[in-house]
Design a protein around this ligand. Structure first.
Ligand code: GCB
Length: 650
C-alpha cells in the first residue's frame, strides 16, 4: 500500500504498529486414517508433495456421495482456552446458533474483534448406505487454524486458512447413527504465521489498527466456507491434472490422473464435444496414468468466449466404471513472450480490479448470490481479470470465473511479509507459504480462468539505511524467498507465469525472480496527494525505468484513491468521486501508451472492512469503485466507459 519512507519506517508499519506454520494439516492416528492422511507439519520442505488431501472438490455422482453440512451449527467462544481440557468436543456447555459458512465477527457483539478460540459443533446423521465407501470430512476453509473431533475422538488439525482440507473418517464414522462433529477455530495474529501478525512488545501502538494486523483488511475468523462429508469408492480417482495446448485449430488436452493405493488397471478419459465424445485410454501403473486427447476444430477458452468442455476420468473393472470424476476444462494457453503476455498466442491486456472476500454480516463467509452479483458488476464494467487479493478465494469464485470468462491472478495469503524480521520467522513463513502454494495449485490448477500464481503482496525489506538503500540482509532474505516460491510454482505448474505485487519504494532486485512484474503504485494518494499531474509524470517515469531494467510484461497490480461516496468537488479534491475517477483515468492513460503494460488492476472493486485506525474512516478502506453494498461510484462508470466493449459515455 505504502512506499517506504526515507526515515526507514514504512508508513504501513507506522500506521499499523511496527511490529507471523501450516496450509499444514496433521491427522490423528486414532481414527486410523487412510490414503488421504495429510502430512504432518514437520514434513514441510522444499520437496514437491504429490497430493494435497481434500484438494479435489467433492462431487455427487453415481459412485460418490456428498453431504453439505452448511446451515446452523452450535457455537461458543472459548476466551480462556478451557474447551479442550473440559472436553467441549463432547458437547458445548452453553452454545448459541451460528451459520456456517460465515465469519463470526459481524454476527455477535462480543465477537466483533475476537480472534481467539471458538467452538463449532453439529450432530449429523451418516447414512447406512455409505457402508463399504471411504468417508471423508472436508472443511472448505477455516481461518486461520482448525482442530477437529468426531464423536469425541481427535481427527486432525489444519493451519493456514482460505484453502480446503479433508480427513478420512471411515473408521470413526457411525453409520446409520447420529455423529458429533466439533471444530475449534482460532485466528490469532502471530509473527510466524502467513499472513504474519504484528510482533509483540514493539511499535507505535497508538497508531496501530484494532484488531492489530500487518495488513489492510479485517482479520475475519471462523468457518468461512462449507463443511461437508463425502464418500469415494475404496479405490478412486485421487487427482487429475489437465494441461492444454493449441495446434492450428485443434486443441490438445493432456490428462494425468492418479488413483489411490498404487492401483494398476484400465481407465478412460472422455471429453464431450459437439461432434461426440473424444476418448483416450488411461493405463494406470502404480496409481499413475497419462494420455493426450485431440479435439479437432476446438473452441478455445477466453474471457470473450469462455467455452468449457466436460472431461470425465473413470476407473474400469472389466470395462465397467467403478469410479468417475467429472470436471469442466477450457482449452487455452497462457505464456510470456518478451515483454508481452499472450493468451492463446495473442497479446492480452488485463482490464481489471483487485477484490476482497468481504460483505456486511457474513464477513468473508461464502455467499453465492453476492458472488454472482459481483461478477455481473465486473462484466458491466468490462473487466476481464481480477486478482484474489490477498488470499485464495472460494472454489465457487473460480468456477464462476471459468463459466463467465474472467481471468484470475491467484494469490496465496503471503501479505505483510517484512524480510527484516527474524530469520526464524522468515523460515516459518517460507515453509507455510510453500505449503499454501502447493495447496492452491493442487486446488486450482485445472481452472482455465486461473492464468497466474501470485506469491506475495507488498513484501517489505524494512527500514531503509542512511544512504537510502535497503538493508542487504533483508533484500537477500527476500531473494531467497522468491527463488524458492517461483521455483516451486514452476515445478508444480510449468504452464502458468508467476507474479508478485511489489510495493512502491520496495527493492527492485526482487522483480528479477518473476515472469510478470506486478507493481502497486499510489502516486497522487499516499505520496504527492492532490497533485495528479505530478502523479501521472511520476508513474510514467517509474514504469519506463522498470521496463528498462527488466524487459518483462508489467501489470499495475494496484492503484487507487479513497473516496467517500457522494462527495464531489471541482477541481477534483482528494476523497471525492471526481478525484478518484480523474486519478484512475490518468493511470489508464499512462499505461495504455506503453505496449509492455500487460494490465491495470484498480484498487479496488468495492469498499471493504479493515481494523479501526486513523486512516480508515468507518473502519473501511474506501478505495472501492463500488461501495461496500455495491453501489457504483463515478469511477465505476469511468471504468465502464474505458473498458466495456460498447464504450458508453461516462
Ligand atoms: C496496498 C495493499 C492493500 C491496501 C492498499 C491501500 O498496497 O496491497 O492491501 O488495502 O494498499 O488501500 O492502502
Amino acid at each position: 500500500m505504502l512506499r517506504e519512507d526515507s526515515d526507514g519506517i514504512s508508513r504501513r508499519d507506522f500506521l499499523k504498529g511496527v511490529g507471523t506454520a501450516g496450509g499444514a494439516a496433521a491427522a490423528s492416528p486414532l481414527l486410523g486414517l487412510g490414503a488421504a492422511t495429510p502430512r504432518p507439519e514437520a514434513e514441510e520442505s522444499d520437496t514437491v508433495r504429490s497430493h494435497t488431501p481434500g484438494a479435489m472438490r467433492p462431487q455427487q455422482s453415481e459412485f460418490r456421495n456428498l453431504l453439505d453440512l452448511s446451515g446452523l451449527w452450535q457455537f461458543q467462544l472459548d476466551p480462556k482456552d478451557q474447551g479442550e481440557n473440559d472436553r467441549w468436543f463432547n458437547g458445548l456447555p452453553s452454545p448459541q446458533p451460528i451459520p456456517v459458512p460465515a465469519s463470526w465477527n459481524e454476527l455477535f457483539d462480543d465477537a466483533a474483534n475476537y480472534l481467539g478460540f471458538a467452538w463449532y459443533a453439529l450432530e449429523t446423521w451418516i447414512p447406512k448406505t455409505w457402508d463399504g465407501q471411504r468417508i471423508f470430512l472436508r472443511v472448505y476453509s477455516a481461518t486461520y487454524a482448525a482442530k477437529i473431533w468426531l464423536n469425541g475422538e481427535f481427527v486432525g488439525e489444519h493451519k493456514g486458512g482460505h484453502l480446503p482440507f479433508a480427513f478420512e473418517i471411515t473408521r470413526g464414522a457411525r453409520l446409520g447413527q447420529s455423529n458429533r462433529i466439533a471444530i475449534r477455530v482460532e485466528n490469532f495474529q502471530k509473527p510466524d504465521r502467513v499472513p504474519p501478525g504484528p510482533p509483540t512488545g514493539r511499535g507505535l501502538q497508538f497508531l496501530s489498527s484494532y484488531p492489530a494486523t500487518t495488513y489492510d483488511f479485517f482479520p475475519y475468523a471462523g468457518i468461512d466456507r462449507q463443511v461437508a462429508l463425502y464418500t469415494c469408492p475404496p479405490t478412486h480417482v485421487e487427482d487429475i491434472t489437465v494441461t492444454t495446448r493449441i495446434e492450428g485449430s485443434d486443441g490438445l488436452v493432456t490428462v494425468a490422473a492418479r488413483a489411490t493405493g498404487n492401483w494398476s488397471g484400465k481407465g478412460r478419459a472422455e471429453v464431450a464435444t459437439d461432434a461426440g465424445p473424444v476418448t483416450a485410454d488411461l493405463n494406470f501403473e502404480k496409481g499413475e496414468a497419462q494420455s493426450e486427447l485431440r479435439l479437432p476444430s476446438a473452441h478455445f477458452w477466453s474471457p470473450d468466449h469462455p467455452h468449457l468442455y466436460r472431461l470425465t476420468v473413470s476407473l474400469l473393472e472389466s470395462e465397467r466404471p467403478f469410479d468417475a470424476y467429472a470436471l469442466h476444462i477450457g482449452v487455452r494457453t497462457i505464456e510470456v513472450q518478451g515483454d508481452r503476455l499472450l493468451l492463446n498466442h495473442q497479446p492480452i491486456v488485463l482490464h481489471g480490479v483487485d477484490k476482497h472476500e468481504d460483505f456486511p454480516l457474513h464477513g468473508k463467509g461464502l455467499c453465492v448470490p453476492q458472488l454472482v452479483r459481483d461478477y455481473q458488476l465486473l462484466k458491466w464494467m468490462g473487466v476481464n481479470a481480477y486478482r484474489t487479493s490477498h488470499y485464495p478465494y472460494s472454489e465457487e469464485a473460480m468456477e464462476l470465473a471459468d463459466r463467465i470468462g474472467i481471468l484470475i491472478l491467484d494469490e496465496i495469503p503471503a501479505v505483510g511479509l517484512n524480510f527484516s524480521r527474524s530469520q526464524q520467522d522468515i523460515e516459518a513463513w517460507t515453509a507455510m507459504a510453500q505449503s499454501q502454494l502447493r495447496d492452491l495449485i493442487a486446488r486450482d490448477k485445472n481452472h482455465p480462468s486461473v492464468i497466474m500464481w501470485s506469491v506475495a503482496n507488498e513484501p517489505g525489506a524494512g527500514p531503509r539505511r542512511r544512504g537510502g538503500g535497503h538493508n542487504p540482509r533483508a533484500v537477500a532474505a527476500g531473494g531467497s524467498y522468491f527463488t524458492k516460491m517461483v521455483g516451486l510454482a514452476h515445478q508444480l505448474d510449468p504452464t502458468r507465469p508467476v507474479i508478485f505485487a511489489s510495493v512502491q519504494g520496495g527493492p527492485r532486485e526482487w522483480l528479477k525472480y518473476v515472469d510478470v512484474i506486478g507493481i502497486n503504485r499510489y502516486f497522487g494518494w499516499y505520496s504527492d496527494g492532490g497533485r495528479l499531474e505530478l502523479a501521472e509524470q511520476l508513474l510514467a517515469k517509474d514504469l519506463d525505468a522498470i521496463h528498462a531494467l527488466y524487459s518483462k510484461p508489467i501489470i499495475l497490480t494496484e492503484f487507487g484513491a479513497d473516496t467517500i461516496a457522494g462527495c464531489h468537488s471541482l477541481p477534483p479534491q482528494m476523497w471525492s468521486e471526481d478525484y478518484q475517477a480523474d486519478l484512475l483515468g490518468r493511470y489508464l492513460d499512462v499505461a495504455e501508451k506503453r505496449p509492455f503494460m500487460a494490465g491495470t488492476l484498480v484498487w479496488c472493486f468495492a469498499d471493504f472492512r479493515t481494523g479501526q485506525n486513523i486512516i480508515r474512516a468507518e473502519g473501511m478502506n474506501q478505495k472501492g469503485v463500488f461501495t461496500r453494498d455495491r453501489r457504483p461510484k463515478r469511477a465505476a462508470h469511468l471504468l465502464r466507459s474505458r473498458w466495456h466493449p460498447s464504450r458508453p459515455v461516462a
